[in-house]
Design a protein around this ligand. Structure first.
Ligand SMILES: CC(C)(COP(=O)(O)OP(=O)(O)OC[C@H]1O[C@@H](n2cnc3c(N)ncnc32)[C@H](O)[C@@H]1OP(=O)(O)O)[C@@H](O)C(=O)NCCC(=O)NCCS
Length: 135
């Protein structure tokens, strides 16, 4: 059974290894250590899943604690997927801020996952990327 920890005081290499061990590694700047370190340091809701001493799952989120939680990264090591870790990481994020709505952008590989576990699609979500002009 995995164990879970709350907090972002994690070894960066262990975090990077977890991202690399699943497809999210291809969608985050994992070769830019400084940027990843900042992403970890400034996330104020981080929950990790452990198999013994190995970090095998992570939820990295930003929350105001009472209204909204943005779940930026959810990653479970390929070898440990489909054993309930992703769902438990999300459950704990919600438990930490029970009044907050959890919001995320799905990776293409996970578009069928979120509706399966109870998420609803929002038809009026919008984003603007860095460098895109504000007109
Ligand atoms: C998507 C991801 C986080 C799911 O975590 P997980 O621990 O493997 O999933 P869980 O074990 O919590 O699965 C819960 C349920 O969803 C199902 N499920 C898991 N992955 C699924 C997927 N990609 N599509 C549809 N259903 C999925 C499981 O079979 C399980 O169903 P059950 O309740 O009938 O047994 C994990 O596969 C992952 O890290 N993928 C690569 C990175 C990624 O895409 N992250 C999401 C970024 S937005």
């Amino acid at each position: 059974m995995p164990t879970y920890r709350l907090g972002n005081d994690l070894d960066l290499d262990a975090v990077l290894a977890c991202y690399r061990a699943c497809s999210l590694g291809g969608r985050r700047p994992i070769d830019d250590r400084a940027r990843m370190a900042t992403m970890l340091a400034h996330a104020n809701l981080v929950i990790s899943a452990w198999s013994g001493t190995e970090l095998v799952g992570i939820a990295r989120a930003l929350t105001d604690g009472v209204y909204c939680t943005y779940l930026s990264d959810l990653a479970v090591d390929d070898r440990h997927q489909r054993s309930g870790i992703g769902r438990e990481l999300i459950r704990r994020c919600r438990e930490h801020a029970p009044q907050a709505t959890l919001i995320l952008l799905s990776a293409p590989q996970a578009v069928d996952y979120y509706p399966r576990i109870g998420f609803t699609r929002h038809d009026s979500a919008w984003m603007i990327k860095p460098g895109d002009p504000l007109v």
